[in-house]
Write a protein that binds this ligand. Structure first.
Ligand SMILES: [Zn+2]
Ligand SMILES: [Zn+2]
Length: 389
């Protein structure tokens, strides 16, 4: 089923935009050229364009043929990641150490495609607010979604509902998944700093060994999900960094552990912080080291509004035929969750094809699948054209 014909006609243009964006990736809040590219395209379609919202964000407004108070927000993200691309194709990154490894080049292109089509047809009621968000990968209160909201996004551009999509490797191109309620995890970060006086490696009796203390902590942190959390509730505590020591014959005076906590339920999330503090303090006390814990809540759980999920499903059905309404949960987080805390709306996943040979999100071998472009653009267009009571 059917991609919108007019969108299929300019698929080659979309591929060219996507390749341009892929070759010129920009990190969070540095999306200056990307934002300029987006704004120029939108202006050329006759949209009312506003730049510099939430740093490098771009917002554009388009009015439909039919009068209505209805105002729908459609959102794409624009930033790339600090990864050295390993692909060899001609549109590979031209910027050392920066790469579109999450497909935001594709997301931006799909929303631009929808804007082009809708500006030609205007076959909808009310208005569409196109939101090109910076810094999705930064996340948290500093990330692009929270910042755009803080800078008045929804006061300046009323959105009754808001929709976004992410490409999903492992789902076939031409497929779509969405569900009401929680769909993606909350994400927090923690840092444990373990300190002591430090001493000669041959004289461990002279102080507290912070390396050994860190080892005990790494193991004990795993009891939070296995022992302190309801077994039917999902929680991941991953220690992802450990730093300390410079010499083979010195027991250092400081080791730092950093990591992330992912959860679905508020209960599991709320339980994690005190558990980390308790374990860190207890183990430090047992070895005689000192410790300080810094815990930051970053991404809320992404929760799709029930009515909006229904609207998304209906719109998706017109493009994809059938829709997977019960995809597995993922512990991956998504900055769009902040927008969904503020406005009713829905996030969906669009198939990006096989996830083999490194074709996974945040991999140096990832590439957004061009074949998905007209599907995503058509889905956004179908949302705009769907009629609401
Ligand atoms: Zn990402
Ligand atoms: Zn992403």
């Amino acid at each position: 089923m059917p991609i919108i014909n007019r969108i299929a006609e300019f698929q080659d243009d979309m591929i060219a935009w996507r390749h341009h964006l892929h070759a010129h990736p920009e990190l969070s809040y540095q999306e200056v050229e990307t934002a300029k590219f987006v704004a120029e395209k939108l202006r050329s379609y006759g949209l009312e364009v506003h730049e510099g919202i939430g740093g490098t964000g771009v917002v554009a407004v388009l009015y439909g043929q039919e009068e209505s108070r209805r105002s729908i927000g459609l959102r794409a993200d624009m930033d790339a990641l600090a990864i050295e691309e390993r692909n060899e194709f001609s549109h590979r990154s031209t910027r050392k150490g920066v790469m579109h490894a999450c497909g935001h080049d594709g997301h931006t292109t799909m929303l631009l495609g929808a804007a082009r089509y809708l500006s030609e047809t205007r076959n909808f009621a009310g208005r569409i607010v196109f939101i090109f968000q910076p810094a999705e990968e930064m996340g948290g209160e500093d990330g692009g979604a929270a910042r755009m909201i803080r800078e008045g996004l929804f006061e300046s551009f009323r959105c009754d509902e808001i929709y976004g999509i992410h490409n999903w490797p492992g789902m076939d191109v031409g497929t779509f998944a969405v569900k009401a309620g929680p769909m993606m995890a909350s994400g927090d970060s923690f840092e444990i700093e373990i300190t002591s006086t430090g001493m000669h490696a041959a004289q461990p009796q002279k102080g507290a060994d912070v390396v050994l203390t860190a080892g005990h902590m790494l193991v004990a942190l795993q009891q939070i999900s296995s022992r302190n959390t309801d077994p039917l509730d999902a929680l991941v505590v991953s220690a992802t960094q450990i730093h300390g020591g410079d010499a083979y014959n010195v027991l250092p005076n400081c080791v730092t552990i950093r990591g992330t906590v992912r959860a679905f339920s508020p209960a599991a999330r709320a339980n994690a912080e005190p558990a980390i503090r308790r374990i860190a303090a207890g183990i430090a006390q047992s070895t005689g080291a000192h410790c300080a814990v810094n815990y930051e809540q970053q991404y809320p759980t992404l929760i799709n509004n029930e009515d909006a999920a229904q609207t998304a499903e209906q719109a998706a059905k017109t493009i994809f035929g059938k829709v997977d309404t019960n995809p597995p949960h993922t512990m991956i987080v998504e900055d769009f969750a902040f927008m969904l805390e503020d406005r009713p709306g829905c996030y969906g996943w669009i198939g990006n094809g096989p996830d083999d040979n490194g074709r996974i999100l945040h991999s140096a071998w990832f590439d957004f699948n061009n074949a998905a472009l007209p599907y995503g653009a058509s889905y956004f267009a179908a949302l705009a054209e769907s009629r609401f009571e």
